[in-house]
Structures are given as structure tokens and as C-alpha cells.
Design a protein around this ligand. Structure first.
Ligand code: HEC
Length: 91
């Protein structure tokens, strides 16, 4: 039992330290996406949705995150983030 707890702590703590196991593709805007989109949920959401999203889909989702969920993303960053998502995780 004790061993299991140690193992769990090992796997859980990097995530709690804010490090993501998800590796996003390199490209302009990646750092913005990591800092702004990882605030509330895992960055997994991005690759998981990649094959169903086109440009309109990502625009809608990013707008939903800003207006609906309250993501603190500035207008200038929004375009960079959407461009990144569309070119690396678009359908
Ligand atoms: C202020 C918090 C917050 C931020 C910041 C945020 N999201 Fe979300 N996101 C949510 C919530 C809440 C949900 C819906 C609940 C859930 O499914 O966990 C969600 C769901 C999603 C989904 C699942 C599909 C959907 O529409 O529900 C995707 C994809 C997504 N977010 C992408 C992003 C991207 C890309 C960014 C950066 C631009 C981002 N999120 C930033 C809160 C946030």
C-alpha cells in the first residue's frame, strides 16, 4: 500500500507543479497556447479535438473560452492562438 502511494505521488506531483505531459507541436504561438489554454484544463483538449476542428470550429471554441469561461486572453493574442490551433490542430 505504502509503495502504491509513493508511486502515485511520483506520477501526480509533476502535474501539480504545472508541468504538462502533453507536448504541443512547435510553432509560433505555442507558448501563448500553453500559458493561456492550460489555465483551466489540460492541454489534452487541443490534440483531442484536432480532427473535428476547422478554422470556424477553433474560432468558436476560443471565443467560447473567452466569453463563456472567462479566459483572460487579449485580442492580439487571440489571433495568434487561433492561427496556431488552425495550422497545427486543424482538420
Ligand atoms: C477560464 C478557464 C478556461 C480557459 C483559460 C480555457 N478554457 Fe477551454 N474549457 C473551459 C471549460 C470550463 C470547458 C468545459 C468544461 C469541460 O469540458 O471541462 C472547456 C472546454 C474546452 C474544450 C472542449 C470542447 C468544448 O468546447 O467544450 C476545448 C477544445 C477547449 N476548452 C480549448 C481551449 C483552448 C484552445 C483554450 C485557449 C485559447 C482554452 N480552452 C482556455 C475553460 C477554459
Amino acid at each position: 500500500m505504502r509503495r502504491l502511494c509513493l508511486l502515485l505521488a511520483f506520477f501526480v506531483s509533476p502535474a501539480m507543479a504545472g508541468e504538462e505531459s502533453v507536448r504541443l507541436k512547435d510553432g509560433e504561438g505555442k507558448d501563448k497556447v500553453i500559458t493561456q489554454c492550460g489555465l483551466c484544463h489540460s492541454l489534452d483538449y487541443i490534440p483531442l479535438n484536432a480532427n473535428i476542428m476547422d478554422k470556424a470550429g477553433w474560432e468558436k471554441t476560443v471565443n467560447k473560452m473567452i466569453k463563456g469561461m472567462g479566459a483572460p486572453i487579449e485580442d492580439g493574442d487571440k489571433k495568434i492562438i487561433i492561427d496556431y490551433l488552425v495550422s497545427h490542430y486543424g482538420r
